[in-house]
Design a protein around this ligand. Structure first.
Ligand code: FAD
Length: 178
């Protein structure tokens, strides 16, 4: 059996790579994963937070793209009438730093705003007001984005596994568990 591309590992990175290779028209994509239980993979244990708050433009742009994709995840990966619910919830994301790290957060803030991220800077008293239950004596500054969201990574994995099996049944693509 020959393939155009073999992707090693079926965590979030491998699944996304395979999905977008197929979407780009690559005919035969093989995903090789030795452990269908994902016992040692990072993806199923991730919290599922999808933030736009980064210090590099590439990361912010990748996140903006992937958040658009996740919002419509069910439609993108629906297979044979099964549309996974990844429980997308937009609850906000707060990134905090302690004293001495304010400059980095301020730099990030400017870059994030430049790239269209609706982020606010919160000082310690604003953080305390918004999150009265949070210990804040060691906090200096926070970057907060109101609508940053989270999803369920295991649901993403399961959905991607179904998609791979569906491709495997089609004539143009294969997937395999090695
Ligand atoms: C506790 C925790 C919380 C996290 N929370 C978040 C979060 O909220 N938001 C966020 O964006 N990120 C979060 N992350 C990070 C995120 O989980 C990882 O960046 C992401 O899952 C990495 O995906 P991956 O596909 O690269 O790796 P993995 O999910 O680890 O997948 C790698 C796969 O490759 C397979 N493999 C390994 N070696 C081979 C081989 N030789 N041949 C074939 N297959 C192989 C493994 O079996 C595995 O299934 C968190 C991570 C952890 C640990």
């Amino acid at each position: 059996m020959t393939h155009d591309v073999a992707v090693i590992g079926a965590g979030a990175t491998g699944c996304a790579t395979a999905y977008f290779l197929k979407a780009a028209g690559v005919a035969k994509v093989c995903v090789i994963e030795p452990d269908p239980t994902y016992a040692k993979a990072s993806t199923p244990v991730a919290t599922g937070g999808c933030r736009r708050l980064f210090g590099l433009p590439e990361n912010i742009r990748m996140s903006q793209f992937s958040i658009g994709f996740f919002k419509d995840f069910a439609a993108h990966v629906a297979v044979d009438g099964y549309a996974p619910d990844v429980q997308w919830r937009e609850r906000g994301y707060l990134f905090v730093v302690g004293a001495g790290h304010e400059k980095v957060l301020e730099q990030n803030y400017r870059l994030e705003r430049e790239l269209g991220v609706n982020v606010e800077l919160l000082d310690r008293s604003a953080i305390a007001e918004r999150y009265p239950w949070m210990r804040n004596d060691d906090l200096a500054l926070g970057g907060y984005r109101r609508k940053t969201a989270g999803s369920i990574p295991t649901a993403c994995c399961r959905a991607s596994a179904r998609r791979r099996r569906r491709w495997a049944r089609s004539s143009s693509a294969t997937a395999s568990w090695a």
